[in-house]
Design a protein around this ligand. Structure first.
Ligand SMILES: Cc1cc2nc3c(=O)[nH]c(=O)nc-3n(C[C@H](O)[C@H](O)[C@H](O)COP(=O)(O)OP(=O)(O)OC[C@H]3O[C@@H](n4cnc5c(N)ncnc54)[C@H](O)[C@@H]3O)c2cc1C
Length: 374
């Protein structure tokens, strides 16, 4: 057995649950399993030196979604599926807040605001209808608000508030979840890739690789939480990777807004981080170029973010860019995540469709319930 010692074989090889991926989904799942069944032997393996996908590279919107995206979702998936998805996001956010604590997450309930640049004739009716549809989940979710944020008025027709939404610190959220999973007893191995697995009659063999070293472990259940990077382990589940570009400004002397904002059906999003602006999105400018699992800059998109900032988000203000980065999401054509058993004993929570912060806790709960381990 790869030259293991007796002690290693006794202590490191057998698990009840192996989780591939230590992003928000894998870590939430480890917490869920161990909170409910503290004696479980749980191993989380993540290929990156630090978790490296979307969870620590996102915008930190703790959001149920803007109005036009909701209307678009209803067109794509129908009313009932949309309300279920909305409820999952809302409950997921509440669970994340109670699991980690708002202070540790640096959660701020500032609401989210969608900037409509173009007139929509039916806006009043759309808000009424959507609020009515969502009434079983939460009352009066969407409303029209003023441009009190200093945006150039030439670019703003109306602003729609979603009162349920907030923002958090994505780095601290993942560190806290990591710490919580470890304190509950999970063994977390960074820099360790799940290469392959083989299901047997009584256990699943999982092949791990770290540099040149390969190790085979045994588990009762395998959970694949590798989102955009799932195609080699689960080629049968269709998903499209989507890279997202983000930039952050240096601190500004005075920032005239706080909260999370979006426009163009959620394709662009920005927020304050203290008195900096974090701005991301623009994937709709180059869907093809961003359909990749490779991290990297897209100058067409980054330049568009810079132009929007100067043109109307921070009009007449001097700002400087501090840094930019990219992260990788996973999408499905119907915007539905895949959270289910794939074959006996093997489960997946992937394809988070750019909303994993809100969906991860609910996904973890669903898989824990299905696993038969609790
Ligand atoms: C730019 C950007 C902005 C976003 N903004 C928001 C937002 O504001 N709000 C929101 O809700 N969502 C947002 N998202 C989406 C959200 O971040 C994701 O939906 C969520 O983080 C997905 O989490 P995950 O744990 O499923 O996947 P990931 O965070 O991608 O984690 C997957 C992990 O799997 C590991 N891995 C990959 N292959 C293997 C393997 N074979 N073995 C072991 N480990 C492996 C990777 O190293 C990685 O750490 C954004 C995403 C991006 C990229």
């Amino acid at each position: 057995m790869e030259g293991l010692s007796f002690w290693e074989r006794e202590s490191w090889i057998e698990y009840d649950a192996v989780i591939a991926g230590a992003g928000i989904t894998g870590l939430s799942l480890a917490c869920e399993l161990l909170e409910r069944a503290p004696k479980l032997r749980v191993l989380i393996c993540d290929a990156g030196l630090l978790p490296l996908g979307a969870s620590t590279r996102n915008a930190g919107f703790a959001c149920t979604g803007p109005l036009t995206e909701a209307l678009h979702d209803i067109e794509q998936m129908g009313e009932q599926a949309f309300v279920e998805l909305f409820e999952r996001r809302w409950k997921g956010l509440q669970k994340l807040r109670s699991r980690i604590g708002e202070q540790a997450l640096e959660f701020e309930a500032l609401g989210s605001f969608e900037v409509l640049k173009q007139e929509r004739e039916q806006l009043g009716d759309e808000i009424l209808t959507l609020n009515k549809l969502l009434e079983p989940v939460a009352k009066e979710v969407y409303s029209i608000t003023d441009n009190r944020f200093g945006f150039a008025s030439k670019s703003v027709w109306k602003i729609i508030e979603n009162r349920l939404d907030g923002q958090l610190h994505s780095g601290k959220a993942i560190r806290s979840l990591w710490g919580k999973a470890a304190s509950l007893g999970a063994l977390i191995l960074q820099g360790t890739q799940v290469k392959n697995y083989e299901s047997g009659p009584s256990e699943i063999r999982v092949e791990l690789q770290s540099g040149e070293r390969v190790l085979s472990v045994k588990t009762q259940r395998l959970f694949i939480c590798t989102n955009a990077f799932s195609s080699t382990l689960l080629p049968q589940i269709k998903l499209e990777p989507g890279r997202g570009q983000v930039l952050v400004t240096k601190p500004l002397e005075q920032l005239p807004f706080q909260g999370t904002f979006s426009f163009d059906e959620g394709y662009y999003y920005f927020r304050n981080v203290g008195n900096r602006v974090l701005f991301g999105g623009g994937r709709n400018l180059d869907f093809e170029g961003e359909n990749t699992t490779a991290f990297g800059e897209n100058s067409l998109i980054l330049n568009s973010l810079r132009e929007h900032l100067s043109d109307w988000i921070l009009p007449n203000m001097h700002w400087e860019e501090d840094m930019n980065w990219s992260g990788i999401m996973a999408f499905s054509p119907d915007k539905k995540p895949f959270i289910d058993e794939v074959e006996p004993g093997v489960f997946a929570a992937i394809r988070m469709n750019g909303m994993g912060v809100a969906l991860a806790s609910g996904a973890a709960e669903k898989l824990a319930n299905q696993s038969g381990l609790i």
